[in-house]
Ligand binder design. Structure first.
Ligand code: NAD
Length: 411
């Protein structure tokens, strides 16, 4: 890919994300554009059958207009692509506001779009701080839709601001996703999924599997295996190809993660590994941390950490596991690990989460809708559903008989 390396370098240096991970995300960006380019001429209206034989009724998707795209720092280019690709396919124009910590890839991507022949003014970037520049977009009467990814607190204020003009809004927000490991799980597969779910991106992913719910019969052995693997994670520079976990994005995030760990300890959690700053490294590093003895009411079981911190809880029965998993204001994702085909579908049906991964975690496709229940968001990105978010539906009625009607009758 011609510009993949440059974009990945920019992304890694801006956000501290692993270069390897950034490279993989750039390939996703290409896939997303490819998918929506293919969908652009297939997303059409329909002819509606009514009981009125002298009428032709059809619908047309109409581009919603100007879309404000506001994205966070954790996966800047990919999360922007999730919005820009369907918005362009729908025929909208775009004003992007990247995070003030990671503005470079949105700008570099603009150069590529110009080179590709996108009409001038179709894609615009304004950089700056959220409360000033972001707010100017969300409250602007000329903006017809806001597509936002970020924290739940900011998302709610974005939603309120957009509503002053009835601006359409989709929100992809925070999460506290549960990974549930039943006694009949393939343990090796589950361990891989759990490690991937919480330690990739240094835990700074909205779908981080930050709560591990494990059957009591497996608890001790699973925790000790996870601890052994967490201790072996190679922490270091994000641009070193041997590194498995880089730093968190900045000091604010570093302080927040350490503060959440301290609160968990004060509330009675046991630190099985990590819990602090790895020795001998300069930068905003946090050790991979596993906490046991977590109770559902603790902060670490309820609030997003957005760092490499796994909160472990035990359960006895399937009902208890479901109740624990659903005991959160969020509802972004969940992982279910079991080899019982009846159970996995039964549990998936009971979970209040926008995505349920069964015997896998963090699988994505441009074709598969993504979004959250509860305080994890509003609306869906990806798939055909995303096109709906960038279109208004126009219904057209055509009189076919050529006759006039009684003006005082509606039939
Ligand atoms: P944030 O909410 O602080 O900022 C997100 C974006 O909003 C930034 O560009 C910021 O400048 C802007 N912003 C801030 N205040 C604003 C305002 N008043 N009006 C308009 N825009 C404003 O989030 P963050 O710290 O950058 O990112 C981390 C959060 O993002 C986490 O909570 C994470 O869960 C969430 N996230 C969600 C998803 C998802 O798809 N659900 C994906 C990635 C990240």
């Amino acid at each position: 890919m011609r510009d993949g390396e440059r974009l990945a370098q920019l992304e890694a240096r801006d956000s501290g994300r692993l270069l390897n991970d950034a490279k993989a995300q750039i390939t996703f960006v290409a896939e997303w554009f490819n998918y929506y380019a293919g969908l652009a001429d297939k997303y059409t209206g329909e002819t509606i059958s009514t009981d009125q034989k002298d009428m032709l009724v059809y619908t047309e998707p109409v581009p919603v207009g100007v879309v404000g795209v506001i994205v966070p720092w954790n996966a800047p280019l990919l999360l922007m692509a999730w919005k820009v690709a369907p918005a362009l396919a729908a025929g909208c124009t775009i004003v992007v506001k990247p995070s003030d910590y990671t503005p470079t890839t949105a700008l570099a991507f603009g150069e590529l779009l110009s080179e590709s022949g996108l009409p001038k003014g179709a894609y615009n970037v304004v950089t700056g701080f959220g409360p000033a520049v972001g707010q100017a977009i969300t409250a602007h009467p000329g903006v017809n839709k806001v597509a936002f990814t970020g924290s739940t607190a900011t998302g709610i204020s974005v939603g309120k601001s957009a509503m002053t003009n009835l601006t359409r809004v989709t929100l992809e927000l925070g999460g506290k996703s549960a990974q549930i490991v039943f006694e009949d799980a393939d343990i090796e597969a589950a361990i891989n999924g759990i490690m991937n779910g919480i330690f990739i991106g240094t835990g700074q992913t909205c779908i981080a599997g930050s709560r591990l719910l494990v059957h009591e019969s497996l608890h001790d052995s699973l925790v000790s295996e996870l601890v052994a693997r967490a201790r072996k994670i190679r922490i270091g520079s994000p641009v070193d190809s041997m590194t498995q976990m880089g730093p968190v994005v900045n000091k604010i995030q570093h302080d927040k993660v350490l503060d959440r760990i301290e609160t968990a300890k004060l509330e009675g959690a046991t630190v099985e590994c990590g819990g602090g700053v790895p020795p001998g490294l300069e930068g905003w590093f946090v050790e991979p941390t596993i906490l046991t003895g977590v109770r559902p009411e603790m902060e670490v079981a309820q609030e997003e950490v957005f760092g490499p911190v796994l909160a472990v809880m035990k359960f006895r029965t399937e009902d208890e596991a479901i109740a624990l998993a659903n005991n959160t204001k969020y509802g972004l994702a969940a992982g279910v690990w079991s080899q019982n085909v009846h159970r996995v579908h039964r549990v998936a049906r009971s979970l209040r989460a926008g995505t349920v991964w069964i015997n896998t975690y963090r699988a994505y496709s441009p074709a598969a809708p993504f979004g959250g229940f509860g305080l994890s968001g509003l609306g869906r990105e990806n798939g055909i559903e995303a096109m709906r978010a960038y279109c208004e539906t126009k219904t057209v009625w055509v009189e076919l008989a050529g006759s006039t009607r009684d003006p005082f009758s509606i039939r």
